[in-house]
Design a protein around this ligand. Sequence first.
Ligand code: HEC
Ligand code: HEC
Length: 317
Amino acid sequence: MKTLSTAILFCFIILCSFAQKEPVEPYTEEQLGQALFFDPILSLDSTISCASCHKPEFAFADTVAFSKGVGDSLGIRNTPSVMNITYRPFYFYDGKVTTLEEQAIFPIENPIEMHLDFKEALRRLQGSELYNELFKQVFQDAPDSSSLVRALASFQSTLESDGSAPHDQWISGNNPDALSPSQLRGREIYFGKAKCSECHFGVDFTNDEFRNIGLYDGKELNDTGRFAITKDSSDLGKFKTPGLRNVALTAPYMHNGQFKTLEEVIDFYNQPYNVVSQPINMDTLMLNPLHLSQEEKTDLVDFLHTLTDETFNFSMN
Ligand code: HEC
Ligand code: HEC
């Protein structure tokens, strides 16, 4: 529907530009990137767009542990949110790329995602009257490898939280009542007893580092994470610390989507050994149980809900 209505809108815009004397506002790089992000044209059988997995209404994450790509192929990692990623130094759970431009090539070519040869993707766009026109408006040229990834990166860079999350409102002093008593207690626990802020801190609640929280045992949990890139044994089982903005919208959680709710996440942090009996290379911060009471766990979950944007346009309409 989205594609159809976008296509109709485009035709309308182009028809208007012939019918009227007044010039139509040219597309911006971000708008072009948005059109591409929502368009299945970049997948082998034209069924999957970036937004099929990065769903706007769930902060651009997915609701299943593993998303389906072309031909119902199943992914091997959980689809992360692509909000608040502009300032990240690494992308993917293992940090295999360092720029959003470089990142965009992977999902297009990945056989379990969009499965389209990148050159073929360009040929398709070059063969499309609509995209030829839009790329000309934005880049003064036909679609090419650098303008395609630049447009996608530019759109994703617009997906920044807007300061409307209750925690932002509270921190800025705009609304001293934005947090409930339970959320305030949860905040204390987050920054204190539960040690969450040792790894999830700063504007976007991430240290931008790779850490091993115990979800690797070399058996059922066999994704080696950062190690696959560096081949350094100290990196075994380390994953990129995700930012926690809008985390209440992005279940399930972790690189393998193994926790369905924030409550399950907190239970895990409270006592990792209850979930993974023999973790390999686990961070020393995780070694001792947190001894959180039921009320403290609830407070912590309540606090995580204060990181959800209240006025961000998650429907993208
Ligand atoms: C079939 C589902 C699927 C599709 C389609 C898809 N992605 Fe993803 N995306 C994922 C998964 C899964 C990951 C995590 C993979 C990993 O870390 O190894 C990911 C990771 C990312 C990341 C890195 C985020 C971070 O914080 O590290 C970005 C950016 C991204 N995708 C953008 C895109 C763009 C742009 C498109 C379209 C060209 C796209 N994705 C299409 C599933 C998908
Ligand atoms: C030692 C560093 C570290 C500490 C301490 C830590 N985290 Fe994490 N957190 C991570 C890493 C790394 C991941 C990603 C792990 C993975 O994907 O397998 C993560 C993932 C998460 C996720 C899942 C996010 C998503 O989008 O899937 C949540 C929620 C979370 N942490 C909350 C917390 C809370 C709450 C605390 C405190 C109780 C905490 N973390 C303590 C490093 C840490």
